[in-house]
Design a protein around this ligand. Sequence first.
Ligand SMILES: *[C@@H]1O[C@H](CO)[C@@H](O)[C@H](O)[C@H]1NC(C)=O
Ligand SMILES: *[C@@H]1O[C@H](CO)[C@@H](O)[C@H](O)[C@H]1NC(C)=O
Ligand SMILES: *[C@@H]1O[C@H](CO)[C@@H](O)[C@H](O)[C@H]1NC(C)=O
Length: 225
Amino acid sequence: MPNRLEEHWKTISDPRYYIIKCCCGLPFIIFFIWLGLNVQLYKPRFYIQNIYVPALSRLDNSEDGRSNNLIFFDLELENSMTIKGVHYDNVNLTFFYGPNTGHPIGNYTVPGFYQGEGKKTARRDVVVTYGVPWDDAMKAVSNRSKVVFRLGLATKVKFKYFFLYSKKKAVAVGANVEVNDYGRKVQHEAIKLTSSGASRTKGTSYLNTMGLSVALTSLLVTSML
Ligand SMILES: *[C@@H]1O[C@H](CO)[C@@H](O)[C@H](O)[C@H]1NC(C)=O
Ligand SMILES: *[C@@H]1O[C@H](CO)[C@@H](O)[C@H](O)[C@H]1NC(C)=O
Ligand SMILES: *[C@@H]1O[C@H](CO)[C@@H](O)[C@H](O)[C@H]1NC(C)=O
């Protein structure tokens, strides 16, 4: 009867054994790391494509234009993730006068919706503001200064992986927008809404904890093959 141990030794001293094991294991490791990154790193992204404040436009001198309290906005919502859909709860937009959140001037709610993998969508609408110090703003743009508005966005999202939903996760981001004497956004590029503070560091620490544990798990799984 052949010695089991000898047999085993023969197998594991054969280099082909390791090559096969490695070839089987590597795709798993890569798959799990990719999955871990997708699960942890990518979040929906929000961009201000455009803002228009007709009351500040020097081209619109009509009584109507000057006295209206409207802000037109064009917001882009993007799910750049390749393996998961996003379900958004109601998306609460709050507009502020000035670069901080001390002076709210308007609210808007984007009704909740579902967005598939890799999809983009825009919401363009108008919000009726209250309490904007128009005299100040007008004075500022008339001497070619910029007026800053801030847009804050708060919602909850849950991710759909194949047919499973994740737990809900709060999203709170915002961005400042400079508006000129045409009532237009100064910056040509879309402005990304970010969580104030060190959002990048947060993403990295997610990567460190989650990515690492996913990688370790996958190593464990592959070593058991
Ligand atoms: C906008 O939302 C804020 C905070 O939720 C609230 O205090 C304020 O009354 C709202 N204003 C309007 C006009 O809905
Ligand atoms: C322009 O207006 C802003 C805001 O009212 C003021 O702070 C600034 O000093 C003014 N600049 C000039 C050159 O008048
Ligand atoms: C959005 O606004 C509604 C109504 O004020 C509130 O109930 C909800 O909690 C808000 N959502 C977030 C994520 O702040």
